[in-house]
Write a protein that binds this ligand. Structure first.
Ligand code: AMP
Length: 212
């Protein structure tokens, strides 16, 4: 099963992608998580990406294309993969096509998580993330102990790009570049629109249904 999660920031891609990847036993490849880890580790790639990420701007296509090309060579990705936050531009989608073609593979489903702007803004304003395992918590899905990750006890953080003015920038990037991908994949009949409003469990059930 080769899957893409598409949707604006705050749609719940990361949360749902983690669950789905665990259920199917396939890797969850999030370019955002990979870039944040590289930035935290202070690698040259991370240093290059950090300022753009903090400003809510997209990092150059060549960088993320390279990350995904490499990630798809891992043995864990042999039986399937779930892409979260990639592709985000039409040139990235074209690069992904080439990468997959080289390996004789294709995308089976594009899950399009649909959430109204008001709900997105509300979710992003209340979001806290574990810096270690990247689990995300919100007003409707709080941690058991305030400010502490349920999974590993780490202190939760607010992402710098979840500040209101950065959120506006990210939503603009989504509207002007990423939203075009719906049409790109629709032409192939692989887009599965899913209502992303509701509890994590409710949305998960809808995704399951959309894939069955
Ligand atoms: P995310 O965790 O998916 O919201 O991504 C956080 C940030 O990482 C984005 O705002 C971008 O700066 C960067 N990023 C992640 N994925 C991509 C991508 N496919 N193309 C360009 N920039 C990306």
């Amino acid at each position: 099963m080769n899957l893409i999660f598409l949707g604006p920031p705050g749609a719940g891609k990361g949360t749902q992608a983690k669950r789905l990847a665990a259920r199917y036993g396939i890797p969850h490849l999030s370019t955002g998580d990979i870039l944040r880890k590289a930035a935290a580790d202070g690698t040259p790639l991370g240093k290059q990406a950090q300022a753009l990420m903090d400003a809510g701007k997209l990092v150059p296509d060549e960088i993320v294309n390279g990350i995904i090309d490499e990630a798809l060579t891992s043995p864990e990705a042999a039986k399937g993969f779930l892409l979260d936050g990639f592709p985000r531009t039409v040139p990235q989608a074209t690069a992904l096509d080439e990468i997959l073609q080289r390996r004789g593979r294709k995308i089976d489903h594009v899950i399009l998580l649909q959430v109204p702007l008001k709900v997105l803004l509300d979710r992003l304003a209340g979001r806290q993330v574990c810096p270690k395992c990247q689990t995300s918590y919100g007003r409707n899905s709080p941690p058991k102990k305030p400010g502490i990750c349920d999974k590993d006890g780490e202190k939760l953080e607010v992402r710098p790009d979840d500040q209101p003015e950065r959120v506006q920038q990210r939503l603009q990037e989504y509207e002007s570049k990423t939203a075009l991908l719906t049409g790109y994949y629709k032409a192939r009949g692989v887009v599965r629109p899913v209502d992303g409003v509701g509890s994590v469990d409710e949305v998960e059930k809808r995704i399951e249904k959309a894939l069955s």
